[in-house]
Write a protein that binds this ligand. Structure first.
Ligand SMILES: O=P(O)(O)OC[C@H]1O[C@H](OP(=O)(O)OP(=O)(O)O)[C@H](O)[C@@H]1O
Ligand SMILES: Nc1nc2[nH]cnc2c(=O)[nH]1
Length: 178
């Protein structure tokens, strides 16, 4: 892991990420005033995005988490493995799913469907970063922070084979390392 980190390319610094989250928060501060939404953190990857976004929000909200993974410790996605559903009642609530990355879109499409089936009044999604390629599924996120090249990334909550979620920024692994 030390070697992966040393050879990785920093795509976004902590400061750049913070600036992006400020912009997303200012949109949310206008659009969720008086809506009393539930913000669902998509575990595990979104833990940093959620943690840094929350103090920038100025409206009443509740939080919970939802956990479904299709990558596990791999760098290629598979079938979605449900690990935890929210315990808060979503019926009659505005729901905002908060995730780290929109890659092929299967994860957010399934989570959005789950929230709609649970009776949410509205379901929107926010991602810190959108990976640029043409193989997308589902409705695109309503709120997108950063644009990423089509490379496997880690850091700021995102893992490389289960590690490096603590890397201080968003990093792309060396092209032949996956
Ligand atoms: O758009 P997709 O191709 O569906 O991929 C996006 C999902 O992949 C990552 O989760 P992962 O399955 O790696 O689980 P993790 O958050 O626990 O690392 C990420 O946090 C998103 O939820
Ligand atoms: N860590 C990580 N998780 C992902 N899930 C989908 N794409 C990615 C990626 O590039 N990095």
């Amino acid at each position: 892991m030390n070697q992966v980190m040393q050879q990785a390319e920093c795509l976004f610094t902590l400061q750049a990420i913070d600036e992006s989250l400020e912009q997303l928060a200012s949109q949310l501060n206008q659009q969720y005033v008086d809506k009393n939404p539930v913000l669902l953190c998509v575990m595990n990857g979104a833990v940093m995005t959620m943690g840094h976004l929350l103090p920038k929000l100025q409206f009443n909200l509740e939080t919970d988490y939802i956990h479904a993974t299709r990558y596990g410790d791999k760098t290629v996605g598979g079938t979605l493995d449900w690990r935890a559903k929210p315990s808060i009642e979503l019926h009659g609530r505005h729901v905002l799913l908060v995730d780290d990355i929109y890659d092929e879109g299967f994860t957010l499409a399934a989570l959005r469907e789950f929230c709609q089936q649970s009776g949410a009044i509205s379901v929107k999604t926010l991602v810190l970063a959108d990976k640029q390629h043409g193989n997308k599924h589902g409705i695109p996120p309503e709120y997108i922070g950063l644009s990423l090249p089509n490379r496997y990334v880690f850091g700021f909550g995102m893992d490389y084979k289960g590690y490096l979620r603590n890397a201080p920024g968003i990093f792309a692994i060396k092209e032949n390392a996956s």
